[in-house]
Design a protein around this ligand. Structure first.
Ligand SMILES: *Cc1c(COP(=O)(O)O)cnc(C)c1O
Length: 343
């Protein structure tokens, strides 16, 4: 049998509850980019919405539309990648709130909206240089946003930025720039409902980064930060399971059946979970891997490639740490052809 990824929806909801409890009274947003970090956006969003999650962060409009369909009409869906005019129309019809980080995009939204009060979250660049209005251009930008709000084309419902979360010092500078941007926006009369700055790591650790809303991706799925601590009460929700395809004296072959499995550079540096506990992985090929044997190993035995550790397998972050990357990268490269089984 080919590989499958078992997604424990109850585990995701439990992780969400821990995060919500920790950041209250700030609100929680579930970020679902990359197909909900590989877990499958439709089922994850439906479960979270039924569990009372109100805010969803979808990268682009197609993902936003799917999120809206799964979450229902009352959810707030935020989408932040810059899009074209036809897509803006689709977004407005689906009630998606748009993140806006440059002036020409703001004008495009106002043009398409034409008096419909498109909800926007304006973005200041606080140092990441990814998109976002540069501080020197911010006063003119917010002045224009206030005019467009006055004429009914847009509603500035949010003000936000994104930070690196790699050093506290850089994050502190970003936070100072964010506070200054809020002050300038208020000076021209804007009254955004929500201010949001941080993603998982900074918001989990540092209360002053939570503002009104936190955009939680990785931690919602139990993916801790590379080099970061284990998170109390939070555990991985996904387990990637493959089966033994061949048993030899010195090694056992495990087949996952699809390309784009685990990075081959993990060979020799990771263990998988077998019925007899953890075993070292010796070789990783495109569709199979060779691992150390155990007594009684048999074809069709299940082997856990990553997961919460039920059989001694590692988390995606522990695997990522062995090759200098982040857990998200390990999980989102699991082929979409690998079936997701929801429990
Ligand atoms: C990915 C992303 C997040 C979530 O980041 P995590 O570290 O996974 O919590 C939040 N905001 C934006 C803009 C993102 O791109």
């Amino acid at each position: 049998m080919s590989a499958r990824m078992v997604v424990d929806l109850g585990r995701i909801l439990a992780d969400i509850d821990v995060l919500r409890g920790r950041i209250a009274p700030a609100e929680y947003m579930l970020v679902v980019k990359n197909d909900a970090y590989g877990h499958g956006v439709d089922r994850v969003v439906a479960a979270a919405a039924a569990h009372g999650v109100r805010w969803f962060g979808a990268f682009d409009v197609p993902m936003g539309v799917r999120t809206r369909a799964a979450a229902g009409p009352d959810a707030r869906v935020f989408s932040w990648v810059t899009i074209t005019q036809p897509e803006i129309e689709v977004a407005l019809e689906a009630g998606i709130e748009l993140g806006v980080g440059d002036t020409s995009y703001l004008e495009d939204i106002a043009t398409v909206s034409a008096g419909r009060g498109a909800p926007v979250h304006i973005k200041i660049d606080t140092g990441l240089h990814r998109n976002g209005v540069r501080p020197e251009a911010w006063p003119a930008f917010v002045t224009r946003a206030a005019e467009l709000e006055e004429s009914g084309d847009i509603r500035v419902v949010g003000i936000w930025s994104h930070i690196a979360e790699t050093s506290d010092e850089d994050d502190d500078l970003s936070r100072a720039a964010f506070l200054e941007a809020i002050r300038i926006a208020e000076d021209v009369g804007l009254r955004p409902q929500v201010r949001h700055l941080a993603a998982s790591a900074a918001a989990f650790a540092r209360p002053e980064f939570r503002f009104d809303l936190v955009r939680f991706g990785a931690f919602s799925y139990g993916i801790r930060s590379t080099g970061g601590p284990e998170l109390e009460g939070i555990a991985p929700a996904a387990t990637l399971i493959a089966t033994v395809s061949d048993v030899g004296d010195s090694a056992v072959a495990v087949s996952y059946g699809y390309l784009d499995g685990l990075p081959s550079t993990l060979a020799g540096r990771m263990s998988v979970g077998t019925p007899a506990g953890p075993r070292l992985v010796r070789e990783i090929g495109p569709a199979t891997m060779l691992i150390d044997p155990w007594p009684g190993a048999a074809v069709e035995d299940e082997v856990y490639l990553f997961g919460p550790g039920t059989r001694g397998e590692s988390s995606v972050t522990t695997l990522a740490e062995a090759i200098g990357t982040v857990g998200e990268e390990i999980i989102v490269r699991v082929s979409p052809l690998v079936p997701r089984i929801y429990i």
